[in-house]
Design a protein around this ligand. Structure first.
Ligand code: PEP
Ligand code: MG
Length: 755
């Protein structure tokens, strides 16, 4: 870069002095633009700040008319400045006015300037504003100048992110950085939490941005890269020492990127312009993040994620900071914000202090959300760049019931959520008071409310909900949260613990339901076009019986001397049930022959979740001891709508005639055969769903533990006969002529039932 005033390093040093001066925010900004303009031999230097309303306000200028400061406000996509902000990319033009996006604002007097160099002011990938230099002459700024301006923008990013500029803003037009933000993601675990941000993998806080001695910084960088590579080599060779449960292929990708010349070159270049080694890494990381946020291609996003992780590791090496956050220092009311997290990492946090969880990734079936639900931690997922939008200690509200997040919420939002939390607590107290009360409807129908479980952390819920037992024990969860395949001994220990915790109450174990979306990290994943329709659950169990047999053996041994109920997932034909049942009998014979004490009795049933079973109900019911309807999968297959994809899964209402007719058919046929039937899908956990099911004739429901209280409270006030008189005629009417959901809502309102 040219410049009589000594190039970027001198500029950075001067900027550091200005940052330390005890002057007002406006004075500081004014000095900054003068310094930059002088150093870059530019006639204009302006700073635009992105506001909460999405517009860009001119905050300071050298060269444009002073009256325009705080008056000129551009729309998000207006003019070249808007383009730089929305694309988060620099723009370097020798004749700005010839560009189609150029828009002219008379109050600024910029019509005499031809060349234009604008760079986004980025922090953690977020655009906070735009920094621009302009010249009268038609000139192209060199790559070095562009680089230098980006480096300078980093200093401004620090200033904006500190919140210093808020005092200059009109209410409602504050800088977007550090301001209240309301975002909507997907609800992964219900409940509301108010607290303060703890970053799962804290960003390395850089205290020194500007280098004193560039050659020294370059040396530090080289040494850190060498150390990083050594570290990765070690991790790849000894997978078991890798903390955080990272997979080998992820580590391999890191190792590959640590040799990526393009990436290393960019960092080195940033350091050469006068940043410290860690600030150079952060600058390039911020660019990577900005690209990541705009990339729609999954593969590209994943790779950019890897690069982002690698930059974090490199910064930690440079700053000498440990990889893992200090869990023991968790503040009260901690809300953990993470890009993604494994289930084991969540279990590491102190449950008493952890109030909520926010994830950038993670769908409802992700393993961490299963654990979050089991622990009752309100969780919201799919919040893009959540970790980049907050600082540790920021106030935050997580509404896991609706998927809403409020970052740095204003007083009124905090107060209203505070009220909601109190209301929920009052309701919980009411539900607790019902714990010992048997669930009998007003007209004397006895309903058994069970819970769904799958991990040892679920077991206390039998006691604290007063449930009648475990209606669905998802055995695959133990496999999903483990790093390696659980041995038979570990399975046996878990099943024993479950039966011990349940005491006299019944437990229905479901054999492994893996495959589909339930992926085991340590098993080779077979690529399938339609995993939900693929080689999963009992299909896998029957084709590769080793795993199923050892599981069945563990179950039979765990239940020695007591009753055992087990069922199979995804049965589609009665023959599959016969085969699976035979497998259990073979194991029973084997154990008997080896002198083991057998269970007192073994009942064998099946899940009803594949629609083909609806047309084999009589044959099926002759064979099974009981049925359990899996409404989650049954819905997905009946409507051909992926349960993990809200765009289609929310398109169809389970409270509609086709589904309710099928559910009624199942319960009626089971009654004819005198066989018990349970419903264990999510439908039963929603009060309105439980209402419909009870009216249809279901007498055992298995619920998410937190739903037991609300569902019981509702059913205690229900008169089933009245319900039947309302609902059953609706099922007879032509489909679409009446909204069954609305009918149910109307009925609940008239009867004073709380949905
Ligand atoms: C279901 O499909 O409804 C069910 C209970 O099983 P899962 O949710 O484990 O697939
Ligand atoms: Mg299922």
């Amino acid at each position: 870069m040219r410049g009589a005033l000594g190039g970027p390093r001198v500029l950075l040093r001067r900027l550091r002095e200005v940052m330390a001066e005890p002057v007002s925010a406006q004075d500081r900004l004014d000095k900054v633009v003068v310094l930059i303009a002088a150093n870059m031999v530019a006639e204009v230097c302006s700073v635009y700040v992105l506001r909460v309303d999405g517009t860009l306000e001119l905050y300071a200028t050298e060269g444009l008319k002073r009256e325009a400061v705080h008056q000129t406000v551009l729309k998000a996509d207006e003019g070249l400045v808007g383009l730089v902000a929305s694309e988060a990319n620099p723009m370097n033009l020798s004749d700005a006015q010839a560009h189609p996006a150029f828009s002219y604002r008379a109050e600024t007097g910029e019509e005499i300037y031809h060349s234009f160099l604008g760079v986004p002011i980025l922090r953690a990938g977020n655009t906070l504003g735009v920094l621009v230099v302009q010249n009268r002459a038609r000139r192209t700024y060199t790559e070095e100048e562009e680089e230098a301006l980006q480096t300078t923008a980093m200093v401004l990013a620090e200033m904006i992110a500190s919140g210093e500029l808020s005092s200059l803003a009109q209410p409602g037009a504050e800088p977007v950085a550090r301001h209240a933000m309301h975002l909507v993601g997907s609800s992964l675990s219900e409940g509301i939490a108010l607290g303060h941000v703890v970053l799962h993998e804290p960003r390395v806080v850089i205290t020194n941005v500007i280098a004193d001695d560039v050659p020294h910084e370059l040396k530090r960088l080289d040494a850190a890269i060498a150390a990083l590579r050594e570290d990765l080599d070690r991790l790849v060779e000894h997978r078991d020492v890798a903390d955080g449960g990272e997979h080998r292929d992820v580590l391999e990708a890191y190792r590959m990127f640590s040799y990526d010349q393009g990436w290393l070159h960019k960092i080195r270049e940033a350091v050469t312009t006068g940043l410290t080694a860690e600030a150079g890494v952060e600058r390039v990381q911020s660019d990577t993040r900005a690209r990541m946020l705009r990339a729609s291609d999954h593969y590209l996003r994943d790779r950019l994620h890897d690069l982002d992780d690698l930059a974090n590791r490199l910064m930690r090496v440079l700053m000498g900071q440990d990889h893992a956050p200090a869990k023991e220092q968790l503040p009260e009311n901690a809300i953990v914000v993470a890009r993604s997290m494994g289930p084991a990492a969540l279990l590491d946090y102190d449950r008493k202090r952890l109030r909520g969880l926010v994830l950038e990734e993670g769908g409802p079936t992700s393993h961490v959300s299963i654990v979050a639900r089991a622990l009752g931690i309100p969780t919201v997922g799919e919040i893009d760049n959540a970790t980049g939008l907050v600082e540790p200690g920021d106030a935050i509200i997580v509404d896991g019931s609706t998927g809403h997040i409020h970052m740095r919420p204003p007083q009124d939002i905090q107060a209203s959520y505070g009220e909601r939390v109190k209301l929920r607590a009052r309701r919980q107290a009411q539900y607790r008071a019902l714990r010992e009360r048997p669930c009998i409807t007003k007209d004397g129908q006895k309903i058994a409310l069970m819970i769904n479980a799958g991990l040892t952390i679920d077991l206390p819920h039998i006691e604290d909900t007063g449930a009648a037992g475990i209606g669905l024990f998802r055995t695959e969860l133990q496999f999903m949260v483990a790093d390696t395949l659980p041995r038979t001994g570990e399975q046996l220990a878990l099943y024993r613990a479950v039966l011990d915790a349940a005491g006299k109450k019944p437990v229905t174990f479901r054999t492994l339901d893996i495959g589909g979306d339930k992926v085991l990290p340590y098993m080779r994943n077979i690529e399938e076009e339609n995993p939900a329709l693929g080689w999963r659950a009992i299909r896998l169990g029957l084709d590769r019986p080793g795993l199923l047999r050892s599981q069945v053996r563990a179950l039979l041994r765990a239940a020695s001397g007591r009753g055992l109920k087990l069922m199979f997932p995804m049965i589609a034909m009665v023959e599959e049930f016969d085969k699976a049942k035979t497998l259990v009998e073979v194991e029973l014979t084997h154990l008997r022959r080896h002198g083991h004490e057998l269970p007192e009795r073994v009942e064998i049933g099946t899940m009803v979740e594949v629609p083909s079973l609806l047309f084999q109900l009589n044959e099926l019911l002759e064979r099974v001891d009981f049925l359990s309807v899996g409404s989650n999968d049954l819905m997905q297959f009946l409507y051909a709508a992926d349960r993990g994809n809200p765009r289609v899964s929310e398109r169809f209402d389970p409270l509609s005639a086709p589904v309710l007719r099928a559910l009624k058919d199942i319960v009626d046929t089971a009654k004819k055969h005198n066989k018990p039937v349970t419903l264990c899908g999510e439908l039963a956990s929603q009060p309105i769903g439980a209402l419909a099911l009870t009216i249809l004739g279901y007498r055992t429901l298995s619920l998410t533990p937190s739903a037991v209280g609300p569902v019981k409270a509702l059913l205690l006030d229900l008169d089933c006969r009245k319900g039947e008189a309302m609902l059953l005629p609706c099922l007879e009417q032509p489909v679409g002529s009446v909204s069954i959901r609305q009918k149910l809502e109307g009925f609940a309102a008239a009867e004073g039932l709380q949905l």
